[in-house]
Design a protein around this ligand. Structure first.
Ligand SMILES: [Fe+2]
Ligand SMILES: [Fe+2]
Length: 126
């Protein structure tokens, strides 16, 4: 993974690495694999977000409302483009090729980083 995105919280870094791998596979996929891999990326993201939300609930993270809302937006958007892509493949392609990585990067830099800092301050990075 891009070094700038490493948070030094192993459970989060592992999920972010997996996301990058899935996104790269999707960007390089053939037409016939595209929807299957897109679906996999949605399932992985739902799992990734749920894991972070469980951590936030367990430790009563002060800013969890904002973080949960941001997860709901990102996942909702991903599902929206998946549905669009069923009829109009170009919508899905342009989301995956031009947009998804930047959304993901910004979430890590602006939002996940705050959670990582909170966990480190409490010595909960595991
Ligand atoms: Fe994350
Ligand atoms: Fe997150």
């Amino acid at each position: 993974m891009n070094k700038d995105l490493t948070l030094n919280i192993p459970v989060m870094d592992a999920m972010h690495d997996e996301f990058e791998t899935l996104l790269l596979a999707l960007q390089n996929s053939s037409q016939s694999e595209f929807m299957t891999l897109f679906q996999e990326m949605i399932e992985h993201t739902a799992e990734h977000f749920k894991t972070e939300e469980n951590i936030m609930n367990a430790h009563n993270f002060y800013d969890k409302k904002e973080h949960f809302d941001e997860h709901a937006n990102l996942l909702g958007e991903m599902k929206y483009f998946y549905e669009k892509a069923k009829k109009h493949p170009m919508f899905g392609k342009s989301y995956i090729n031009d947009y998804a990585y930047e959304k993901f990067r910004r979430h890590i830099v602006n939002i996940d980083s705050q959670l990582a800092m909170f966990l480190k301050e409490k010595n909960l990075e595991k």
